[in-house]
Each structure stands twice: as structure tokens, then as C-alpha cells.
Design a protein around this ligand. Structure first.
Ligand code: FES
Ligand code: FES
Length: 151
């Protein structure tokens, strides 16, 4: 049986085993390298993608779970007006340092603003809680989200 996935609006037939975690299919099979692998244990947020509009960590769940869902990776995030605004705000606030956590944070911010166009700081901090940044970029990330919410 061929597994297929819808990613950033494109349908892909997948050759990987159905129990392969999604992040490996994205990065290794489809060469969508923007999604990062960090801990591999759903503990750092680096591998976040959007699935049917919600943030999902892609490093543990098997790819077969996502077959009938719409996946958006960082490569497709700027296809929406909100995603574009978030991306531009991250650039304007220099919210990335090494950048390893940034894809996951941009995905999380876009999902947050899609649900709540003007989140208060508690809601923003809660949305960012699963996302670790070893470079300490969170203050700039918070400013970027504030900028994206108000521009
Ligand atoms: S790599 Fe998935 S949460 Fe860390
Ligand atoms: S910018 Fe380096 S881990 Fe976040």
C-alpha cells in the first residue's frame, strides 16, 4: 500500500515505512530540511510542523498518522498572510541566532496568531513553552510575535 501525504498543498507518495516518524520523511525522503530534528523525544520543539492548523511535533508520531491531514512545514509557512507576517517580524526583530529552533518557533507563532490575532503575553508564553532555545532568543521572539500581531 502506498502512503501519501499532503504537504504545503502538494500531494506526495511516500516510500518510507509507515512507522517512520514524520520528521525523517520530511527531511530525508522529501528533502524538506527546514524542519529540524533536535531531541527526538518531543521535548524541544525544533521539529514542529502545522497539521490541520495545529502545532504538532513530528519527531515521534509515525508518518501513517498524517495521511489524511494537511501538513504545513516551514517551507510553506509564508503561503499564508499570517505566516508571511510572522516570518517578516522574525527578520525585523532578528529573532534567530543559530536558527536551530527558529522553524519550530515560526510555525508555533503562525498557529498562535491564526487562532488568536492579538494574544496576550500569557497566551504567547504558553504557546512558546514547548520550544527550547539554547541561544536565549526568546525575548526577541516575543517581540517578533508582538510585532506580527500588531502590524
Ligand atoms: S526534535 Fe521533536 S521535540 Fe525535539
Ligand atoms: S536561535 Fe539557537 S537554538 Fe534558538
Amino acid at each position: 500500500m502506498t502512503l501519501s501525504l499532503t504537504i504545503n498543498g502538494t500531494r506526495y507518495d511516500i516510500a518510507s515505512d509507515p512507522d517512520t516518524p514524520l520528521v525523517f520523511v520530511l527531511r530525508d525522503e522529501l528533502k524538506l530540511k527546514g524542519t529540524k530534528l533536535g531531541c527526538g523525544l518531543e521535548q524541544c520543539g525544533a521539529c514542529a510542523v502545522m497539521v490541520d492548523g495545529k502545532v504538532v511535533l513530528s519527531c515521534v508520531s509515525p508518518v501513517e498518522v498524517f495521511e489524511s491531514q494537511e501538513i504545513t512545514t516551514i517551507e510553506g509557512i509564508a503561503d499564508t498572510e499570517i505566516g508571511q507576517r510572522v516570518q517578516q517580524a522574525f527578520v525585523a526583530e532578528t529573532a534567530a541566532q543559530c536558527g536551530y529552533c527558529t522553524s519550530g518557533l515560526v510555525v508555533a507563532a503562525a498557529a498562535l496568531l491564526s487562532d488568536d490575532p492579538a494574544p496576550d503575553s500569557d497566551a504567547t508564553k504558553e504557546a512558546l513553552t514547548p520550544h527550547l532555545c539554547r541561544c536565549g532568543s526568546h525575548p526577541r521572539v516575543l517581540r517578533a510575535i508582538e510585532r506580527a500581531a500588531t502590524t
